[in-house]
Each structure stands twice: as structure tokens, then as C-alpha cells.
Design a protein around this ligand. Sequence first.
Ligand code: SIN
Ligand code: FE
Length: 293
Amino acid sequence: MAASSRIIVIDHASWDAAPGMDAAPSPAAELEEGKVLYFPRLRFELTDAETALLDPSLVDPKRKNISLNAVTGKLTGVAVEDERRDAIGALVRRYYETTRRFLDRLLPHYAAHLHAPTTSLRLHRIGTWKMSWRKDDSRLHVDAFPSRPVGQQRILRVFNNINPHGDARRWRVGESFETLSARYLPQIPPYRPGVAWLLHKLHVTKSRRSAYDHIMLQLHDRMKADADYQRNGPQESIDFPPGSTWICFSDQTPHAAMTGQFMLEQTYLLPVSAMENPERSPQRVLERQLASA
Ligand code: SIN
Ligand code: FE
């Protein structure tokens, strides 16, 4: 890893303990700088019966992924109604519980504030699920949800490659959020509260889209549509092998998933106010950049 890499390698193999990291900055501080915490040896072990569930035909053809809302227990995206459905539910829930335990140790200051968990099982090989450019996550982007505005919440994600055949998940990781947003902010049309109100009334969005959500969606779309930025923008490539885990604030860290198949992913929302340094959030960065524009 080059000295300027935005990927922090942590040699740690247990979900039940915090990594021994005496050196500052803390894991939370690294995440808040937009870094990716990469644990090459933090494996999520599957049983043979679970490995047999790694089959894309088990995903509802209308959905990209299988997902679990661990709070309501609602499992969506499973194409079958037999005992495999329960086995998938149990696997996804076990990932939720395992990563939760780990985050409580890794990021103790966040623990009481992490909420809205969504767990996802991604069975399709990257590139085989047909989609529009806007949904194409092999283009560098920051995460922004079109129908679920986040407002003053951060998006924290824990990824694990569970490929049983040795295939790495290849990502690209981009520049700092400040330089990214400064690059695109001048092109972004102003927020229109009336439009946000209407989208909510029409149930296009689950709540009112804030000015922040508007900018983040624009940023997401504009960087994905920018072929020159995709090719020549600041970025590094990294292979996450099977048996590895990586964590980032995906609303802040530009990322693109290039190759690979079979992954578990845990999402949480975190209030900006629960960060070690809220000034590092995309919300505050954009406020400062807009104020000085
Ligand atoms: C993404 O979150 O953009 C995709 C991550 C992945 O599929 O590896
Ligand atoms: Fe993404």
C-alpha cells in the first residue's frame, strides 16, 4: 500500500475483541477522514450448508440483493419459499449480530447511536445484473439513497467477501470528500424545497429530501456520468480477498466495485452529532463550501 493510500490495513482476526491499536488516530478518526479500514484476516466463516446458499438463482429477479431489516425481521429479495429461505435469513442475521458485536468494540463511542440496520447478501457477480448507469456501482461514487433521504445521518458500512472460490472483490477507492465536493459543487443546481415536498407527497421519497440529500444525489449522479473523472480522477485499486472485511463511511469515501461475487454487507446510520468530529462529515463540509462559494 502506498504511503498516501486511503486504505488502513489492520491485522486483526477476531470479531469478539477490539484490535490492539495504541497508536492514534483512533479507528473512528480514520473513518471520519474518509479512510477504509481493511482487515485482511477478519473472516466470516460459513458452514458447508451456508456455502451451498451462494447461488444467484436464490435472489428475486426483480431485486439486486437479498436484504434483512434486523429490527423488524423483514427479509426481502429471496426467490424461494422453502427451507432455504429460513437458512438465508439465519445467515444474514448471523452477519448482522457478528458485525454488531465487533462495531461495539471497534467504535465504542458510536455504539449507542448506530441505528436503522440493513444487512445485505449480494450473490450476483458484479457486472451480470443489468442496470442503468445511475445504479452502476462499478463507477466511482459516494452513496446516496434516492428514496430514503438521510438528512443529518451518516452511512457506515461493513463489507465481507465470502467468495468460496478464491475470487477477490476488486474496488477502486477515490479522493477525499472535500476535494470531490469542491470539484462538483459549482455544477450542482440549487435545492428546490417545493420539489422535495412534491416527491414526498408522491411517495417517491419516504421522507422530505433535505438540501443535503439533494446535493448528495447530484454528486452521486454527476461523478458517475463523468467518463473523464472515472478514468483519470484520483483513485487507487484494491483487491479484497475472500475472508477479509472492510469498513467505511460510504457517503464520504468514493468507491467502485469492479469484479467479484458473493459478499455480505452491513449498513448503519449514525447521527452526525455522534461523530468524534462532526466537522468532518459531508454535511458540515458542504455547509462550509456553500457558505464560502
Ligand atoms: C457499493 O456499495 O457501491 C458496491 C459495493 C460492492 O458491491 O462491493
Ligand atoms: Fe456504493
